[in-house]
Design a protein around this ligand. Structure first.
Ligand code: MN
Ligand code: MN
Length: 458
């Protein structure tokens, strides 16, 4: 048996249903086309949540209000990480049903002193974020997204390169005519990290090109060079997500890892009402760099916010908090490697994820003998199989590549430290961690359906 021995999910659906799948994909495409940073994802998640009745937990605490079954709240952690809850009818100590995904994606971050001039050109120096093939990030239209925090407390939003009237920026590559030496280098040295410098201008202002760029930034965004010290500006591929394939069955976009799981989790969450156990969707930052820091999964934010929630619903009690976490069940979602006919040698076909075969469950991740993995319990996997089948959700199981070909980690093991049931799940992706990643529309749809089934039944 293997994943392909089950029916391709497209075949399940008639034309009417395919239309519904495409229209859900359109909503997802517009989400990833505008939400290219963790901050943009949090802002949009709050907007969508508030539009269906979610309230800010901070306000509820400030007003000393209580929460009851059916209430919907969210907690915003520093604008980069968010937890949403629907209060269930059962006591919270019975556990939560948690959907988790990450909203940070591989990219290039501006350094704290980024701007310089050389050869009468103005450039911005970067430090890449997450695991990338550096050579993929040259000769592409790039955009700047982020914030500049000024000393007076104001926060300036930056987004340049997405509107069709905006300019784009980019990183040069050596012309092939002079690339003899470069072409002989190993792929990780072809373009080196310190050479990922973004070209941003070439008109001198009284001799200096850099001075002209600073003048433009001052006029348009009202900040000075020194304000880069307290800025977070991310360089990302410019442009919208698009249909991919002559049959439009796939989506090419930046940041499917892991916004495809974040969006589908959010969509399922915003859709549910009348839950037995309290449901939670957790969107975290910093997964691509080890989940550290205040807004990463290792942060105490989640535990603290569950404590606050218990306090609002039933009155805080430490034992209730511990029981709640231990009794919880989680789908920890992140993207999986989709089988790629161009590179079959790194895959083991029986245990690869395929486009069109639905939500992927990874019982374990890790590398070299499952090292560092969360290995989900067989009993839990059995329960999920039964839930997926009951709701006609196409699902497949997979490993990230064949044994000893490589590997990867997720946030699953961090939540499993609370002794809850956690399994890795998510959507299969081609071109993972490249500027333009690919997913299958029917997989995006089946994954959302899988999350909805989990929130109803687990
Ligand atoms: Mn990743
Ligand atoms: Mn990921």
């Amino acid at each position: 048996m293997n994943n392909k021995s089950k029916k391709n999910a497209w075949v399940k659906y008639d034309d009417e249903k395919v239309k519904e799948i495409f229209s859900f994909s359109d909503k997802y495409k517009s989400f990833i086309s505008t939400c290219k940073t963790e901050r943009e994802c949090v802002k949009e998640s709050i907007r969508l949540a508030e539009s269906v009745g979610y309230r800010n937990l901070e306000d509820i605490i400030k007003n000393n209000e209580t929460l009851k079954c059916g209430d919907k709240v969210y907690a915003n952690n520093k604008d980069k990480n968010i937890a949403l809850f629907v209060i269930g009818s059962e006591p919270i100590e019975k556990g939560l049903k948690i959907l988790g995904a990450h909203i940070d994606s591989p990219r290039l971050d501006l350094k704290q002193n980024p701007l310089y001039e050389e050869g009468e050109l103005a450039l911005l120096d970067t430090h890449y974020y997450g695991g990338i093939k550096k050579y993929q990030w040259v000769t592409l239209p790039l955009a700047l997204h982020g914030v500049v925090a000024k000393k007076d407390g104001t926060l300036i939003d930056i987004c340049i390169g997405e509107d069709e009237n905006d300019p784009v920026v980019g990183i040069s590559d050596l012309l092939v005519h002079l690339a003899g030496e470069q072409m002989g280098k190993k792929a990780d040295k072809v373009v080196e990290g310190e050479d990922l410098n973004v070209l941003v201008g070439s008109i001198p202002l009284k001799e200096a090109v850099k001075a002209n760029i600073l003048k433009i930034l001052k006029e348009k965004y009202d900040f000075e060079e020194e304000d880069f010290l307290s800025a977070e500006i991310e360089i990302v591929p410019a442009g919208k997500a698009r249909d991919y394939g002559l049959d439009r069955s796939m989506i090419m976009g930046y940041g499917h890892d892991d916004r495809v799981c974040a969006y589908t989790s959010l969509a399922a969450m915003l859709d549910i009402e009348n839950v037995d156990k309290t449901c939670c969707t957790l969107l975290v930052d910093k997964e691509e760099v080890g989940s550290n820091g205040a807004t990463g999964m290792h942060s105490k934010f989640f535990e603290n916010i569950v404590a606050e929630l218990i306090d609002r619903v039933e009155g805080y009690n430490d034992l209730k908090l511990r029981r709640c976490l231990t009794n919880s069940k989680m789908l920890s979602s992140d993207v999986s490697a989709a089988f790629d006919p161009n590179y079959p040698s790194v895959m083991e076909k029986k245990n690869s994820a395929y486009f069109g075969h639905g939500i992927v469950f990874n019982k374990y991740t890790g590398a070299r003998g499952k090292s560092g993995c969360n290995d989900a319990n067989a009993e839990y996997m059995a329960e999920l199989r039964s839930i997926m089948e009951k709701h006609d959700v196409s699902f497949q199981t997979a490993e990230l590549g064949k044994v000893d070909a490589g590997g990867g980690g997720t946030i699953a093991y961090i939540l499993a430290n609370y002794n809850m049931e956690v399994i890795d799940s998510g959507v299969a992706v081609q071109n993972m961690h490249s500027p333009w990643e690919i997913v299958s529309k029917v997989d995006v749809y089946e994954t959302m359906k899988g999350y909805r089934a989990f929130l109803k039944e687990a």
